[in-house]
Design a protein around this ligand. Structure first.
Ligand code: ADP
Ligand code: ADP
Ligand code: MG
Length: 668
């Protein structure tokens, strides 16, 4: 085994790799950017080397610097994690040339699978089933349009070099093909530096089912079964589970063998994932086609660890040292069911706009360390309470992985674990994830990539906590605070939520953006009446410690967690959470006026394109610009009718949050 490795990554995956290394007695070296100087992954490693500025290209992608750091620290091998340098063939080669072990496949395998079109050509030869389509070199628009007609609409145009759900266009009608092709090629050129595309049949109601494969240097190869990653937003995964519901043993073996054949065809070594798109036939059987191979450890590898009981990072390190795979195919078994939820800093109700800011509160359900997650969930995160989620990297805060004896138990445990995940300070998708898990489609395993769209009414703009429960949280906090003040020095009262000693106290609150009044009245018998917008409720509260309260509200018992951050109180109950602030009339003085004159960036990011130019007359709601931040693209719409007076940035420029992208004048 290696004595020391360098982990060329950040966040949860760097922590994950460090944990296994520690268990194996391998020393670890972290690398970090300016923004990550105090990050959790730096603390998780034995040593750390600063590699540069915040943008990935100034730090985590500077591979000469990273190889230097490995040499200087005496590391023998480099683990690339996922993203960043993990699928960079040049880097893998540079490691080998520098006498370092790249913990991943040989550079050639990465190169062969790097282009979706070249990979499809190789897979065709290896007998792996492909989505009917065209993946030749010739990209003449007339030829591509003819091929699309032959394949039959709808078709999907895909950038050969694409990734992360980007560089894809669905086309439903022949007359839209030329325009979609142009736009796809422009995006491919801008994002991946290569405009080559392929065209394939758009599979309707598709499922994303992928197979985990593992190969060693001695020619052994196994598959560790499948993961169903059909629940996606914007072609990016939201929930991942294993085994795939409805998968028969025969189909599983077929897909597993196809995946192993794919890996063997490119001389693969280490952990890899072969992604298939699957469609359900009328008789309920699954037909599957090769989509692409990810030549690295996958974000969702923990669900495979949970159902097989094997530590995939340990396997990676052993294989990289030249050891054979620890087991053969017939020694591998599926035990129970596992699900992973990706917890992200984003606002699902604003088209999943990524959020940045301080993670003021980060409380997790009781959990176990990685790999084995039986009764307790597993939490993989690169953040600590109080950390900042910066705009420089992706928006994933954590992965929550649960295991159950069967799918139903796993779902119930996931819901319970999400209910106990208390994050305050920025928008997250935790409540949204709970609604997805509870949705009819997900609960009944009617899985396909359109699930979120189909369940839209149940998933978005959902009501938060019932108002009395939200205000009861504030009341609990205020009453508990009052008790601590009974004989405290009055000059030290700085909490905005004090109740003083009075028998009656009025609060002007802002609950989920709405102004509400709450009064608390102490009755003679010690009971408390809470009046919210005129409605009377009987409450009694008891502090449980650790921000927890037991609250009796109108005769029903609730467990609430209440966190006070600055001027805001966050209330968590079994059914959800609410944010309560103090109502500030001044902040609302301009309500309804509407911001005229500019189009502001909703988050820090890069300008991808403008869809209007100076002088254009535009209608309210028209798309004016596209921005990219944290791996996602965002479309910005005109806030009102008008004339574009001036574009204030160039394509490719970085814009701060709130920065005006263009000047919009009222129409003459
Ligand atoms: P996985 O395929 O492992 O489930 P993702 O597809 O979400 O996970 O992303 C895996 C990695 O692919 C990310 O860590 C990221 O670095 C890379 N990636 C994702 N989106 C993009 C993108 N838009 N541009 C470049 N790389 C990306
Ligand atoms: P990426 O490199 O961005 O991960 P993939 O080729 O893996 O690109 O596709 C990403 C997602 O796009 C898939 O998980 C699936 O949801 C959807 N997709 C890909 N190919 C097709 C297809 N032929 N028909 C329908 N959906 C597809
Ligand atoms: Mg993919």
């Amino acid at each position: 085994m290696f004595a020391k490795i360098l982990i060329a990554n950040r966040g949860e995956i760097a922590c994950r790799v460090a944990a296994t290394a520690r268990q194996l007695g391998v020393k670890t070296v972290a690398v970090y950017s300016d923004a990550d100087a105090r990050a959790r992954h730096v603390q998780a490693c034995d040593e750390a080397v600063h590699v540069g500025g915040n943008a990935a290209r100034d730090s985590y992608l500077r591979w000469e610097r990273i190889i230097e750091a490995a040499h200087a620290s005496g590391a023998q091998a480099i683990h690339p994690g996922y993203g960043f340098l993990s699928e960079n063939a040049e880097f893998a080669q540079a490691c080998a040339d520098a006498g370092l072990v790249f913990i991943g496949p040989p550079a050639r395998s990465i190169r062969d699978m790097g282009s979706k079109s070249a990979a499809k050509a190789l897979m065709e030869k290896a007998g792996v089933p492909l989505v009917p389509g065209y993946h030749g070199q010739d990209n003449d628009p007339a030829l591509l349009a003819r091929e699309a007609g032959r394949i039959g609409y709808p078709v999907l145009i895909k950038a050969s070099a694409g990734g992360g759900g980007r560089g894809m266009r669905r086309v439903d009608r022949a007359e839209d093909f030329a325009q979609a092709l142009g736009s796809c090629q422009r995006e491919a050129k801008a994002s991946f530096g290569n405009e080559h595309v392929l065209v394939e049949r758009y599979v309707t109601k598709p499922r994303h089912i992928e197979i985990q494969v593992f190969c060693d240097t001695q020619g052994h190869a196994v598959y560790l079964f499948e993961r169903d990653c059909s629940v996606q937003r914007r072609h990016q995964k939201v929930l991942e589970e294993a085994p795939a519901p409805g998968m028969s043993a025969v189909r599983r073996a077929e897909m597993g063998e196809a995946a192993v054949a794919a890996a063997r065809a490119v001389g693969y070594v280490g952990a890899g994932t072969v992604e298939f798109i699957a469609e359900e036939l009328d008789d309920g059987d699954l037909r599957f086609y090769f989509m692409e191979m990810n030549t690295r450890l996958q974000v969702e590898h923990p669900v495979t660890e949970a159902i097989t009981g094997h530590d995939l990072v340990e396997w990676q390190l052993r294989v990289a040292c030249g050891e054979p795979l620890p087991v053969t195919q017939d020694q591998l078994q599926i035990r129970g069911h596992a699900i992973e939820a990706r917890i992200c800093a984003e606002n699902p109700d604003a088209n999943f706009l990524p959020a940045t800011g301080r993670l003021d509160v980060a409380r997790w359900p009781a959990h176990v360390a990685f790999v084995r997650s039986d009764e307790l969930p597993r939490v993989d995160t690169g953040f600590l309470e109080g950390d900042n989620i910066s705009p420089y990297y992706d928006s994933m805060i954590a992965k929550l992985i649960v295991w159950g004896a069967d799918r139903q138990q796993a779902l119930a445990r996931l819901d319970a674990a999400l209910a106990q995940t208390h994050l305050v300070g920025l928008h997250t998708n935790v409540a949204f994830l709970r609604r997805v898990v509870a949705s009819r489609s997900f609960a009944t395993a009617e899985l396909d990539t359109a699930l979120i769209e189909r369940e839209r009414p149940a998933l978005f703009d959902a009501p938060g906590l019932p108002l009395p429960l939200a205000t009861a949280g504030v009341a609990a906090h205020a009453l508990a605070y009052e008790e601590t003040l009974q004989d405290a020095d009055p000059w030290s009262r700085r909490d905005g939520w004090r109740l003083y000693g009075g028998a009656r106290r009025r609060f002007d609150l802002e609950v989920e953006g709405q102004h509400r009044t709450m009064t608390l009245e102490r009755l003679h018998d010690g009971a408390t009446v809470m009046v919210v917008d005129g409605a009377r409720h009987g409450v009694s509260t008891r502090a449980l410690g650790h921000d927890g309260y037991e609250v009796m509200l109108d005769g029903a018992r609730h467990r609430l967690s209440v966190y006070c951050v600055g001027e805001t109180v966050a209330v968590f109950a079994a059914g959800g959470s609410a944010k309560v602030g103090q109502f500030d009339p001044i902040a609302h003085a301009g309500d309804g006026a509407g911001a005229e004159g500019s189009l502001a960036a909703p988050m820090p990011g890069k300008v991808v394109s403008y869809l209007a130019k100076a002088g254009d007359t535009v209608k309210r709601g028209q798309v004016l610009a596209v921005m990219e931040a944290m791996k996602m693209e965002h479309t910005l719409h005109a806030p009102h009718d008008g004339v574009v007076a001036e574009l204030l940035y160039a394509v490719g420029d970085q814009v701060a949050e709130g920065g005006a992208l263009l000047r919009l004048e009222a129409a003459p």
